[in-house]
Write a protein that binds this ligand. Structure first.
Ligand SMILES: Nc1ncnc2c1ncn2[C@@H]1O[C@H](COP(=O)(O)OP(=O)(O)O)[C@@H](O)[C@H]1O
Ligand SMILES: [Mg+2]
Length: 308
């Protein structure tokens, strides 16, 4: 097949996407496909408009890639692509909206509130947060990824900086109770209605939470696949990850992040519709455990996307 790979892009996660893109391009070539690679930039939309391919593999992360916008453009052009459509992508990218849906269906979420950052209301937001939350809590941009713009507030003096930082990425910020526990993530893959969860991965970051460097620096974190958890917890995580994927209307694949507390609760953090696909990323690591090489995993995504 002739497949275009979109990667790079302009979001805060560009560097990650360059690596994801390289992995996907190499795999598709090894699998015998003809590859057109495009370092996506919204100033060069003509490169997308002129595409003459059988399929687009989206290797972007974050804004303009993971949020449904590029999916909308490809829908209008009538070009099939790998992964979730416009609505699911946009919903998953909006942490507050997706959390409303999860909690409605019995998937536990951290208590949270959103605040809208405008030019001159930083003081008012700080005051409101002080009223609504007691440390430790987390301030993050509502729509972002790779832990960019996220602050774990341990003391109220850190609120000001945290609000500013999150506000740089998004004008809606999300504040959540801090959930102490073990961090896990679950890949989901399959045709709509027949999705399966892959083995649960436990992430042990070298820093005190899963920040950008732990995510992407070599040796920044350790992955344990399958996570050493009680059988019932593994089943619950797998069931909830498939449910979360389906509730948002995701397609082909996603990866669902949770924190497992000492009280044996599984708190969902988010669904990633375009999770990292660098050869050392979490998703391929888990797929590997059930015997899929990186190339086989990529080929399955292609098959699932073209057999609709
Ligand atoms: N409510 C929370 N309690 C504890 N840790 C959190 C919380 N929210 C986020 N984190 C930490 O920050 C990381 C990134 O948060 P996440 O909500 O998944 O956003 P991103 O889209 O940036 O990955 C998580 O993997 C976790 O380590
Ligand atoms: Mg995450």
């Amino acid at each position: 097949m002739k497949i275009a790979v979109l990667y790079g892009g302009t979001s805060g996660e560009r560097e990650v996407s360059l690596s994801t893109g390289k992995g996907i391009i190499n795999a598709l070539k090894k699998n015998g496909h003809e590859v057109v690679d495009i370092d996506f930039h919204p100033d060069r939309l003509n490169e997308i408009l002129e595409l003459d391919v059988d399929l687009v593999f989206i290797g972007l992360h974050g804004r303009f890639g993971e949020d449904g916008k590029i999916q909308g453009l490809l829908d209008m052009l009538g070009i099939p692509y790998v992964g979730s459509g416009v609505l699911a992508s946009a919903l998953a990218m909006d942490k507050a909206k997706s959390k409303q849906i999860f909690s409605q269906y019995g998937i536990a979420t951290a208590r949270s509130k959103t605040y809208r950052v405008e030019n001159d209301n930083l003081r008012a937001i700080e005051e409101a947060i002080k009223q609504d939350f007691k440390p430790p809590f987390v301030i993050k941009p509502n729509q972002e990824g790779s832990t960019l713009g996220l602050t774990i507030v341990k003391d109220i003096t850190e609120i000001e900086e945290g609000v500013k930082k999150a506000g740089e990425s998004d004008d809606t910020i999300l504040v959540e109770d801090y959930i102490a526990g073990r961090e896990v993530t679950v890949p989901v893959v399959g045709k709509q209605g027949e999705e399966k969860a892959l083995p649960v991965i436990e992430i042990i970051p070298k820093s005190d939470y899963y920040d950008f460097d732990s995510k992407y620096k070599p040796g920044g974190s350790e992955h344990i696949v399958p996570a050493q958890l009680p059988e019932e917890m593994t089943e619950k995580l797998q069931k909830h990850s498939v449910l979360a994927h389906q509730l948002l209307g995701c397609d082909v694949y996603s990866r669902v992040d949770f924190i497992v507390t000492n009280e044996h609760e599984a708190i969902i953090l988010e669904v990633n519709t375009l999770p990292g696909m660098t050869p050392t990323s979490l998703f391929p690591d888990s797929a590997n455990k059930i015997g899929w090489s990186y190339e086989e995993m990529v080929e399955r995504f292609v098959e699932l996307s073209t057999s609709k």
